[in-house]
Design a protein around this ligand. Sequence first.
Ligand code: ADP
Ligand code: ADP
Ligand code: ZN
Length: 207
Amino acid sequence: MNIIFLGPPGAGKGTQAQKICAALNIPQISTGDMLRRAIAEKTPTGLKAKSYMDAGGLVPDDVIIDIVRDRLQADDCAQGYILDGFPRTVPQAEALEGIAQIDKVVEIAVPDEKLVARISGRRVCLKCGATYHVSMLDGKTTCDACGETLIQRDDDKPETVQNRLVAYHAKTAPLVDFYRARGKLATIDGDGGMEKVFADILEALKA
Ligand code: ADP
Ligand code: ADP
Ligand code: ZN
């Protein structure tokens, strides 16, 4: 099954994509993780993307569409995948229609006022993409999955978070209607415990 996870920054897309991908044995394709790795490796794509990400804006459509088109050609995508963080604009969604056949779009809905607390406490592993919240780390500073030191993303600082929420509402939220019109949308209440959200998503994917 080819799946999209849609939702504002901090909604739990990455957290749930990791769990669902493990359960279904399909790859998680996180454009944010791919861009962060490109920046760390100082590739041409990373150099192009960095200033947009630092400001909390979106990377230009042509840059991100090229990355996704390449990634979806890899062998591991043949049995399905979860797109986590793509598409984020209507032009990206239109381009994707020429690249792949999407089966289901899962919108994870969380009110803005909850997102700020989630994002400001987020800690991530750049090596394996695992995501944590300080409230569950108990002072620990390394990744359970791979041992790497966890970091706070620069764009998770309060001054940038507001810009990201504005970008979400202006450019990404219209995709909810875009996919509803195509009969592909399932909206999940993301404002509950992680296990409940996980079970609700699995349920929606079966339907
Ligand atoms: P996204 O990929 O949508 O930006 P993440 O999966 O990175 O969101 O989650 C953002 C933060 O919220 C992380 O710190 C994560 O641990 C935490 N989080 C994820 N799901 C939940 C949940 N259901 N309840 C509370 N906190 C959550
Ligand atoms: P979050 O998990 O908080 O939703 P991501 O890790 O998905 O954030 O993305 C981080 C940043 O990477 C975004 O703020 C944006 O600058 C850039 N980015 C990721 N995916 C896309 C995309 N599909 N289109 C444009 N920019 C993107
Ligand atoms: Zn890790």
